[in-house]
Design a protein around this ligand. Structure first.
Ligand SMILES: Cc1cc2nc3c(=O)[nH]c(=O)nc-3n(C[C@H](O)[C@H](O)[C@H](O)COP(=O)(O)OP(=O)(O)OC[C@H]3O[C@@H](n4cnc5c(N)ncnc54)[C@H](O)[C@@H]3O)c2cc1C
Length: 424
């Protein structure tokens, strides 16, 4: 990682905000082409949502495969400076000449950390684990997840018990510094790329689908964590209400998407993501009934082939119809799903053990500079000169498309560095 002075004299650098797959890709492509890059990520680790997935469609390989290669490229490149637990406070200037201020929260754990875990063992504070969507509990001092990069503990200081310093005494390597303070850095950069990604739509806002009311209604993002070996159930897909193996599962597509009351747009990846998740279920439960309720099955381009293969190989029942309501049965806690079967022209009602809501993507635009416009759906619209957006903050997309977009934006950002060098 970086051996250049990110604060002073690196005016020909590119600032990348957001360290998900798009931001990391943008950073390494620019750095490997010779440009200094400062990568700023608000969480304690790089990788964004992809770091929490069990498998990638279409190849169904585990995400750490690709991410680990990217992290090595970051680590081995002296032209990339990474700041985690960091956010952009302000940016001003003109293409080729921007001044950006970033705010870095204290990690409270230094590079002397060996990941021995003695600190977490004595930590008395347990909180819902955000990495597992709150389905399990974690400590105030922790490694964000098993494969976290950088592999270094951090303390969520706001969660600590007042005056507690047990972790500091438990650390044999003196890696804990409870006095660390927030710092700020002023950076001089030629251009900036915003790759701040997406958040899942808040399923609790979709009253008729029962999320938050009925424990056996979960979201697609929760299912990704549940099926991961380091997830809340150690990789088992279980009904939250009673820990039983589900015998029937319904995927509800467009949960809030393509709906004027929620998200008016299509998130593009949810149909393929649900089919991928059907393979997780089939793998664990060969006899389970798997139904997928959809408005239109949207699996564009090469994903068409993935969809056809997956449906046939996993016996996924497709029901063309928007789900109108999900209601829990009082005794069994099973879920009654009501939809209109469009092809039959009839209203239908079915019972399922588990319902998975395919919620869409909401762009994370809070840190975009004032000059960057949004499109009608709230995604980052404008690109350049000097300030660019990349990945899912710009439009919903699969990983391969996000990477391609980020690579293109690395090139656009580098053009400002080049013109700065030519014109001063
Ligand atoms: C359920 C589901 C399953 C999916 N499965 C697949 C799949 O199998 N295969 C596939 O190809 N695609 C899949 N996708 C799509 C995939 O998630 C996206 O393509 C990918 O996450 C896009 O990466 P990104 O970097 O644009 O965004 P993100 O992954 O959201 O990363 C954005 C990063 O920016 C950081 N950030 C946000 N705001 C700030 C800020 N203000 N300052 C600093 N940092 C900030 C975030 O912490 C995060 O690390 C799936 C999507 C869903 C919903």
């Amino acid at each position: 990682m970086a051996n250049f002075d990110a604060e002073n004299g690196a005016g020909g650098a590119i600032l990348v905000v957001g360290g998900g797959i798009a931001g990391v890709s943008c950073a390494i492509e620019a750095a490997e082409a010779g440009c200094p890059v400062i990568l700023v990520e608000k969480s304690a680790y790089l990788g964004g949502h992809v770091a929490g997935f069990h498998r990638y469609f279409p190849k169904l390989c585990p995400p750490p495969c690709g991410l680990e290669i990217d992290f090595k490229r970051v680590q081995n490149n002296p032209r990339v400076a990474v700041y985690t637990l960091a956010e952009l406070e302000s940016i001003s200037g003109t293409p080729g000449h921007y001044e950006a201020t970033i705010r870095i929260a204290p990690r409270h754990v230094t590079g002397a950390c060996t990941l021995c875990g003695a600190c977490a063992q004595v930590c008395p504070v347990e909180i819902p684990d955000p990495f597992n969507c709150g389905m399990s509990r974690t400590k105030a001092i922790r490694l964000a997840h098993r494969m976290a990069f950088p592999a270094q503990y951090f303390i969520e200081r706001g969660a600590c018990a007042s005056g507690c310093d047990l972790c500091m005494h438990a650390c044999r390597y003196k890696a804990i510094d409870l006095e660390q303070k927030e710092t700020k850095k002023v950076l001089h950069v030629a251009s900036a790329v915003f790759a701040t990604g997406w958040a899942p739509y808040d399923a609790a806002k979709i009253d008729n689908l029962g999320f938050g009311k009925y424990p056996n209604v979960i979201t697609n993002v929760m299912l990704e964590r549940m099926v991961s070996v380091d997830g809340p159930t150690g990789g088992k897909i279980l009904r939250p209400s009673d820990g039983a193996a589900p015998r029937s599962i319904a995927f509800v597509q467009c949960a809030g998407s393509r709906d004027q009351n929620h998200l008016p747009y299509c998130s593009g990846v949810c149909c393929t993501a649900s089919l991928k998740q059907a393979t997780y279920l089939r793998d664990r439960y060969p006899e389970a009934k798997i139904s997928l309720f959809y408005i239109d099955l949207r699996t564009p381009g090469r994903l068409e082939d993935f969809a056809a293969r997956t449906i046939a190989a996993n016996g996924v029942e497709l029901i063309k119809g928007k789900v109108g309501k999900v209601v829990e049965q009082a005794d069994s806690r099973d879920l009654e799903v009501t939809a209109e079967d469009v092809l039959d022209g009839k209203k239908m009602t079915r019972l399922y053990d588990l319902v998975v809501l395919a919620v869409g993507m909401v762009p994370q635009t809070g840190s975009l500079p004032a000059g960057m416009s949004l499109d009608d759906f709230g995604f980052a619209a404008s690109s350049g000169p000097g300030l660019y957006a990349a990945g899912c903050v710009k439009r919903p997309a699969e990983v391969a498309v996000s990477i391609r977009d980020a690579t293109g934006m690395a090139l656009k950002a580098m053009q400002n560095v080049a013109s700065r060098a030519n014109h001063g």
